[in-house]
Design a protein around this ligand. Structure first.
Ligand SMILES: N[C@@H](CCC(=O)N[C@@H](CS)C(=O)NCC(=O)O)C(=O)O
Length: 223
């Protein structure tokens, strides 16, 4: 039987790891955390550690789960309540999480997650990225209008797996500071203030300097 553990990549950069880690922490799974410093391309240690060659990779109770959305679903089975309660809200949470997991490629490549990158604000105005951001803002606005009246998150007072899936998008928007509606900016602040997200940032700030990847720390060329 394997040890229960969650393998993740460098917290400053590993957006998919943040999603999986939030799900595992929301579900309160007792796992050892192993952090593999990412190389900024293919990371041999990640290839060796994970069946899918990527992180996050969860090993729990003899199960192996190597994809962030699958980890979210696994955690929801372990701790019911991580998706919204009503079937309509749950269906919506799942479809917007799936859209995030499969999409927004222009945003993801133009704005790599780098939590403390200096000089990044306002550097990316590419139309394809603006289109991705417009779609994300539309999703957030629709979701909050339909389901979010009770609190600051997508489905109200509870930080759900849908918020976990969008947390790295929030991190990118906070680093690159593109123009956002007041409502989107308020949602980003709420996510950043969540105790688990704050804990992730704090742990990322403590990572050794040797793990930094220069191309993600220097100011990006404006596009
Ligand atoms: N679809 C996967 C994508 C995971 C992914 O691409 N993770 C990156 C790190 S953020 C990775 O492991 N890259 C391979 C490497 O660094 O070698 C998921 O949702 O978990």
């Amino acid at each position: 039987m394997t040890q229960d553990r969650l393998t993740i990549g460098t917290r400053r950069y590993s957006s998919w790891s943040l999603r999986g880690w939030l799900a595992v922490r929301l579900a309160r799974l007792q796992v050892e955390e192993i952090v593999i410093p990412l190389a900024g391309g293919t990371t041999p240690a990640v290839q060796a550690a994970s069946p899918g060659g990527t992180v996050p990779f969860l090993e729990h109770a003899g199960n192996q789960v190597w994809d962030s959305l699958a980890i979210a679903e696994y955690c929801a089975e372990q701790a019911p309540g991580l998706w919204p309660d009503s079937p309509a809200a749950r269906a919506h949470a799942r479809v917007i999480s799936a859209e995030m997991h499969a999409g927004f490629r222009d945003l993801r490549s133009a704005m790599p997650m780098s939590l403390f990158r200096a000089g990044a604000a306002g550097t990316c105005n590419a139309p394809a990225v603006a289109d991705n951001i417009a779609r994300i803002e539309a999703i957030w606005a629709e979701t909050r209008a339909r389901f979010g009246a009770t609190g600051p998150y997508l489905f109200g007072a509870s930080f759900t797996l849908a918020d976990a899936m969008y947390a790295p998008v929030v991190a990118r928007l906070l680093t690159y500071e593109p123009p956002l509606s007041a409502e989107s900016a308020a949602y980003c602040r709420a996510v950043r203030r969540h105790a688990l997200v704050a804990a992730w940032y704090d742990a990322a700030a403590e990572e050794p300097r040797e793990w930094w990847i220069e191309k993600y720390e220097t100011a990006p060329e404006p596009v």
